[in-house]
Design a binder for this molecule. Structure first.
Ligand SMILES: Cc1cc2nc3c(=O)[nH]c(=O)nc-3n(C[C@H](O)[C@H](O)[C@H](O)COP(=O)(O)OP(=O)(O)OC[C@H]3O[C@@H](n4cnc5c(N)ncnc54)[C@H](O)[C@@H]3O)c2cc1C
Length: 430
């Protein structure tokens, strides 16, 4: 395997980058890795700060992302439909070559090359898949070309001021007009990533009675009556976290995604890739922290020695290393399992497991960020200089914990799903 052009510091990159054998990676993965690493360095790295203020990637660069093949895989996740061969795919890959390990590498390289810029794609990654999975052919034919060419942007709007974890209790209503041609949407959504630059809002709405069966998914264009306001959160501007108000928004019924009453099911199945994606984000941040802290500890002297010569410092790295290597192995094994299961079977068997993986990623992410802040001393709390990346990652560490399903909720989900599967297996034996 060719060596990576990046860091050779321990744990700064996945082990296979330095030539250690792996059953998962082949030539196309190496090709994609090198392509994305170079692309991100040339197009994103220097602009991160300026775009933070703007709260988005400028339109011309966003469209370049599409032309150079980054957007199609972001929407597709681990499987690119062959009809999408008409759009460019990064590193010249063909749809049939693409797998979940390419998905992992794409994100790992974007996160590590430009961690803050990566937040500008979250809305696309979580908001666009329901179009492909559940929308009518007519709606797909209208919206997908706009999204995949970067002409329009999208976000996922589920959470409301009074319903976050408790998704089935959302209150935003979509009532059909008497002539059956429109939904009139009223309600509010809160903490919506990339809501500010979005042209489309993939929205959970109530079209029926209370509870999960009264929920539907509606793609709401930025029509009159849609208002967006930025929420300031600690984790950086590119997320463009948004408060959305819908006031008598008149949405043509053709924008219903799939069937009425299926919104809760669609929302739950959409969470699985989002949680895997958050784990990709976590492990990339962890590697950045390890890289910068290791570089610092190999040059900073205290008490007449380099920091790395202190056994206590090496002990800290040992504890961080065992956790990042375990996390990498768990992520890879889940990707492998998903590769060998249908979408439905993967959701059934791995929904709970992916929830637990996301919990573990958040815990390890926070632990490593905290340890690295300590190793950096004052630099770990300073927004510029050699501790800047660690400062920023540690400030954003809770973003791994709450969005996409909060830690307590996912621990519970993981156990409930495991019990459900074991009872099903028990029944099958009888
Ligand atoms: C930066 C950021 C970006 C986000 N992006 C999006 C987005 O793009 N789209 C979107 O729709 N939403 C988004 N969210 C919303 C996010 O998904 C919710 O904040 C999250 O689901 C938690 O909901 P809540 O804030 O209403 O907390 P609550 O549901 O009020 O829960 C608060 C806490 O109570 C505890 N708790 C609640 N219920 C239980 C239970 N049954 N068992 C055990 N403990 C429980 C948990 O500790 C939980 O963390 C984002 C949030 C943030 C902060």
């Amino acid at each position: 395997m060719p060596e990576s052009p990046n860091s050779i510091l321990p744990w700064a990159e996945p082990a296979w980058y330095s030539g250690r054998p792996s059953p998962y990676y082949k030539e196309s993965h190496v090709r994609l890795r090198d392509y994305v690493k170079k692309w991100v360095a040339e197009n994103f790295a220097e602009h991160a700060e300026e775009w933070e203020q703007l709260g988005k990637i400028p339109d011309d660069v966003y469209q370049k992302c599409a032309r150079d093949g980054l957007l199609v895989p972001m929407v597709a996740g681990n499987r690119i439909p062959k009809e999408w061969a008409q759009y460019p795919i990064a590193a010249g890959l063909k749809p049939e070559e693409w797998d979940g390990f390419h998905d992992f590498i794409l994100w790992d390289e974007i996160f590590r090359g430009a961690p803050s810029v990566s937040n500008a794609f979250v809305g696309l990654v979580v908001g666009a898949p329901p179009i492909r999975m559940f929308a009518s052919p007519a709606l797909q034919a209208k919206v997908l070309p706009e999204i995949l060419t970067g002409e329009k942007r999208i976000c996922l709007a589920i959470t409301e001021p009074s319903a976050g974890s408790d998704v089935k209790n959302i209150a935003t209503t979509a009532e059909k007009t008497a002539d059956g041609k429109y939904y009139i949407v009223n309600g509010e959504k809160k903490w919506i990533t990339n809501g500010m630059p979005a042209d489309y809002f993939m929205t959970a709405v109530r079209t029926g009675g209370p509870g999960p069966t009264g929920m539907s998914m509606l793609l709401i264009p930025r029509l009159p009556g849609v208002k967006t306001r930025k929420l300031e959160i600690g984790a950086g501007g590119m997320g463009a976290t948004t408060y959305i108000t819908f006031e008598d928004v008149k949405v043509p019924v053709e924008y219903l995604v799939g069937k009425e009453g299926m919104g809760f099911k669609y929302t739950m199945s959409n969470f699985n890739h989002e949680r895997l994606f958050i784990s990709f984000q976590a492990i990339s941040g962890i590697r950045i922290c390890l890289q910068d802290a290791m570089a610092w500890c190999q040059k900073r002297e205290a008490f007449g020695k380099l920091l790395i010569e202190q056994p206590v410092v090496r002990n800290k790295f040992g504890h961080m290393a065992r956790q990042v290597d375990s996390l990498q192995a768990w992520i890879e094994s889940i990707i492998y399992e998903l590769e060998h299961l249908s979408h439905e079977k993967g959701s059934e068997l791995l929904g709970g497991v992916t929830g637990l993986l996301k919990v573990q990623s958040g815990i390890v992410g926070k632990y490593v960020a905290d340890e690295c802040v300590k190793l950096m001393g004052g630099l770990g709390l300073t927004k510029t200089g050699q501790g800047a990346r660690i400062e920023s990652i540690s400030r954003g560490a809770n973003v791994l914990i709450v969005p996409g399903g909060s830690e307590d909720i996912l621990l519970d989900l993981g156990v409930r799903e495991a019990i459900k599967l074991s009872r099903k297996a028990e029944k099958a034996k009888l």
